[in-house]
Design a protein around this ligand. Structure first.
Ligand code: GLU
Length: 283
């Protein structure tokens, strides 16, 4: 069976139990399907990524018993691919530059249409201020943030589509025009500080690495709707998705990178074994 999955950490802090669970689950699933497990370093946020965290990631994952093919894909080396995709979308008239500040957006979004949600999977839903006035001709601007015109995007692909989910919400997940235009809106695809965005990069990289099964945390379930739209717009295949439960602390709070107490490296110093880590996350 053709099964290829990946673990895609950002080197912005120590790996904790939640990362260990995600990586081990993806690795185990690949093994169970006689497939492949890949590693990708998601370091587009150069203001937060650190080489020492990247080294720690390799070290912790190898200690956990994971193996992956080299060389490892690093997003910081993939800007040519991101630029090509942005050019393609720009030429189709699907992007527009946005000059709104956060304060502008907060002010405009505080008076939403009745019944319209304020937040989507990408944060505050953009009220569309620049959509009408922005210039969309000429060369693609590279310094200004670029937003996806979701209404136009939806018009250029099927109105309703599905993706396959094998995690907790098992089934064919429906994505329709209203979810996209009202519940997600015009998301930023190229950020001023990165020249790309998490959503665009993850979609292009999963396709470039021929990933057939994306295994990741439940917190990214809603964002998958954005990813599937981008795949449709860019003519890329949609993998199967498996969103797993999140590992929580004793108080039920989701673990975060700043929660240093649960860094894998600290468990290692305390003398825990990879088997102990598996038991702690329920594997
Ligand atoms: N780089 C993301 C993170 O560390 C993972 C994104 C994904 O798996 O799609 O949260």
């Amino acid at each position: 069976m053709n099964f290829r999955t990946r673990f895609a950490p950002s080197p912005t802090g120590p790996l904790h139990l939640g990362h260990a669970y995600s990586a081990l689950l993806a690795f185990d699933m690949a093994q169970a399907h006689a497939g492949e497990f890949l590693l990708r370093i998601e370091d587009i946020d150069q203001s937060r990524a650190r080489p020492e965290w990247e080294m720690q990631i390799y070290d912790d994952l190898a200690w956990l018993g994971l193996r992956w093919p080299e060389p490892v894909m690093r997003q910081s080396e993939r800007h040519a691919a991101y630029d090509d995709a942005l050019d393609q979308l720009w030429q189709q008239g699907l992007l527009y530059p946005c000059t709104c500040s956060r304060a502008d957006i907060a002010a405009a979004a505080s008076a939403p249409q009745e019944g319209a949600p304020l937040h989507g999977p990408d944060g505050v839903i953009y009220p569309g201020t620049c959509r009408v006035t922005a210039c969309r001709t000429g060369l693609r601007p590279t310094i200004t943030p670029l937003r996806l015109d979701m209404r136009k995007a939806v018009q250029s692909i099927d109105n309703t589509f599905y993706f396959t989910e094998t995690g907790q919400r098992h089934g064919d997940i429906r994505v329709d025009a209203d979810t996209l235009t009202l519940g997600i809106g015009d998301i930023v695809l190229s950020r001023r500080d990165m020249g790309t965005s998490y959503h665009l990069s993850v979609v292009l990289d999963d396709a470039a690495q021929d990933i057939t099964h994306v295994v990741r945390g439940e917190d990214l379930f809603e964002a998958t709707k954005i990813h599937v739209v981008l795949q449709k717009l860019l003519g890329l295949p949609t993998p199967t998705y498996h969103h797993h439960r999140l590992i929580r602390d004793a108080a039920g709070k989701r673990l975060a990178k700043r929660d240093d107490a649960r860094a894998i490296s600290l468990y290692r110093v305390e003398g825990k074994t990879p088997k102990d880590i598996r038991l702690m996350v329920g594997l």
